[in-house]
Design a protein around this ligand. Structure first.
Ligand code: SIN
Ligand code: FE2
Length: 223
């Protein structure tokens, strides 16, 4: 029985193409297609609906005064919010004044295993942003940079309708790769790609058997 040497972040890009279940996006960044199997997705959605009963989805406003087309909520110790004052992490939901619901252990476990798959072996998310896209909703190109722990990756789980995801580099002018994210796909980006620009093109019409006319994305972070 062979013992595999430990994978370091620096090794990631070189070793990624060897594995058919990893699609590289950049150094330290990849898609794990079908990481959550169809049979487990209903359970993820059930866990999520418990969260959303306590902290309902809402359309936040950007600091520039634009209503976001994606509806958002959070679970975890910290939740990401946007309003006219700026972007920040807060311990409480500004709508209810209560703490955000905890990250369901099922979902935290998926995020940790996905990070692990790419060699990020100590990822423990303390924040999870929940995005809901209805047809036409989009997320402009941006960096996730409101966290202190830039040594920790972002782990993003897609559920429901497919989306066209764009992923570039830390320089906004870097070439963008475009990939379709299906239900159950996980994207992980960290290391040299931690501050990569990314975004989602307007969601196309469709009906998913479990989510109906929407896509849900969970992005797990360490603040
Ligand atoms: C995000 O950048 O917060 C979400 C990305 C996605 O919806 O796939
Ligand atoms: Fe993001």
């Amino acid at each position: 029985m062979g013992v595999e040497p430990p994978v370091t972040t620096a090794d990631l890009f070189r070793s990624l193409p060897d594995s058919p279940d990893i699609l590289p996006l950049g150094p330290g960044a990849a898609v794990l297609p079908g990481f959550v199997r169809a049979a487990d997705i209903a359970e993820c959605l059930a866990a999520l609906s418990g969260v959303l009963r306590q902290a309902p989805l809402r359309h936040m406003v950007t600091p520039g005064g634009h209503r976001m087309t994606v509806a958002m909520s959070n679970c975890g110790t910290w939740g990401w919010t946007s309003d006219l004052q700026g972007y920040r992490y807060s311990r409480t939901d500004p709508v209810s004044g209560s703490p955000w619901p905890p990250i369901p252990p099922l979902l935290a476990g998926i995020a940790e295993r996905a990070a692990n798959r790419l060699g990020y072996d100590s990822f423990r998310p303390d924040a999870c942003l929940i995005n809901r896209y209805r047809p036409g909703a989009k997320l402009s190109l941006h960096q996730d940079r409101d966290e202190h722990s830039l040594d920790q990756p972002i782990v993003s789980l897609s559920l429901g309708l497919p989306a066209r995801f764009r992923f570039g580099g830390a320089d906004r002018r870097a070439r963008l790769r475009q990939t379709v994210l299906e239900s159950g796909d996980v994207v992980v980006w960290g290391g040299a790609s931690r501050l990569a620009y990314h975004g989602v093109l307007p969601l196309e019409d469709g009906l998913h058997p479990l989510t109906g006319a929407c896509r849900l994305n969970l992005s797990f972070r360490r603040t």
